[in-house]
Design a protein around this ligand. Structure first.
Ligand SMILES: Cc1ncc(COP(=O)(O)O)c(C=O)c1O
Length: 382
């Protein structure tokens, strides 16, 4: 049976109708290569420049600081691998956390294999690392700090501004990267106020198309390109630009900027309803992470005594799509490294957790139906 209630927006979101509309139009009318000097190329270039300006405005950056990429993974890989390459002569120490997305952790592992020394700050039981932890880990040879803005499994929001102000005053200077893939849609970001040097964003988490995103790269940090080839993105990312996807991404960003506050309030209301109604239905649960300081669209629930993999299958049969953890590592049955970091590898939450994530398409009725199905299935499984 087709899923009828989709609650896995942290994995990916459907495109907004407005996004599909502008992309369909662009696919029919805007095919020119943005590097071509004829009118077809100039038309594409115009759209590209306009989108870049909107992306920049969304984080209080300058247009020339936006590198358009294929999404969060490429942005993270570029930020980490290319900062390491560029500043290697100044030091080989990097600081990150043990609950980052694999798009950060895998490049870190790669750099370790090349002789870099990576400190993985341990997240606490609520999925946070503190600015003090970052400060204590800094060394004379630290060249990069990469800490996610919001966690994709439990939604914890990191103290990015505090970390930024510590790093701003650090001597020698350290590059500060944040993976904002999950937080971009709901949190206000000002790269200058927060002293962020590099920031990764992905369109498909905010109602835009897949395979497109950007890396904010502060003007004075000129990173070598990860993808070698043409001179697109002022030589910072080779490859012919996907103009329809960029136009769709721009539309998703504009919609996000227009009503971020209302959306956040809506998600918080739905989340509260979900948790309260589940509790009222007698479901024995604990929220993983901090309920109050978490991204509004994510809730991670430890359903005590319930095997999450089995539950997921039953929910799927009932037409409800949720996730047991990070969907970007789906198909991989390894226990969640995020929950393991928070609770220890033997904690029951690791095999008894579902992540429910909300989007604009989620209704109060969806939440009511999910509570009914979930509590019935749990009764059966018990
Ligand atoms: C925190 C985080 N970073 C990076 C990514 C990867 O982004 P993309 O799918 O655009 O490559 C994801 C995707 O789930 C994510 O949640």
């Amino acid at each position: 049976m087709e899923s009828t209630i989709y609650l896995d927006y942290a994995a990916t979101s459907p495109m907004y109708p407005e996004v599909i509309e502008v992309m369909s139009e662009a696919m029919q009318t805007t095919f020119g290569n943005a590097s071509s000097i004829h009118q077809f190329g100039r038309k594409s270039r115009g759209y590209l420049d306009e989108a870049r300006a909107i992306f920049a405005r969304s984080i209080h950056a300058k247009s020339n600081e936006i590198i358009i990429t294929s999404g969060g993974s490429e942005s993270d890989n570029t930020a980490i691998l290319k900062t390491a390459e560029k500043y290697e002569s100044l030091g080989k120490h990097i600081i990150t956390t043990n609950i980052e997305h694999e798009a950060v952790l895998k490049p870190m592992k790669y750099l370790e294999s090349k002789g870099f020394d990576v400190t993985y700050l341990p997240a606490d039981k609520d999925g946070f690392v503190s600015a003090e932890q970052v400060k204590a880990a800094l060394r004379n040879d630290t060249i990069l700090v990469s800490i996610m803005s919001g966690n994709n499994e439990v939604g914890s929001i990191m103290p990015i501004a505090e970390i930024g102000s510590i790093l701003k005053n650090s001597n020698p200077a350290v590059v500060f990267h944040t993976d904002a893939v999950q937080s971009y849609g709901s949190q206000d970001i000002d790269v200058d106020e927060m002293n962020i040097d590099l920031l990764s964003v992905s369109a498909h988490k905010i109602g835009g198309p897949k395979g497109i995103g950007f890396l904010y790269c502060r003007e004075n940090i000129k990173l070598p390109s990860l993808i070698l080839g043409g001179e697109q993105e002022t030589k910072r990312r080779a490859g012919t630009e996907n103009i329809p996807a960029i136009i769709g991404f721009q539309k998703a960003v504009e919609l996000m900027m227009k009503d971020k506050k209302q959306r956040n309030a809506y998600y918080r209301k739905l989340k509260e309803k979900l948790v309260n109604n589940l509790k009222q239905a007698g479901v024995d649960l604990e929220i993983n992470g901090s309920y109050d300081s978490s991204l509004p669209h994510i809730v991670s629930l430890h359903l005590k005594g319930i095997d999450a993999e089995r539950l997921l299958i039953h929910l799927d049969l009932a037409g409800i799509a949720v996730s047991t953890g990070s969907a970007c590592t789906a198909g991989n049955v390894d226990p969640s490294h995020v929950l393991s970091a928070m609770f220890g590898v033997d904690h029951p939450a690791i095999s008894e957790t579902v992540r429910i994530s909300l989007g604009l398409g989620t209704t109060e009725e969806d939440i009511e139906n999910v509570v009914i199905e979930l509590s019935n299935i749990i009764k059966r499984l018990k």
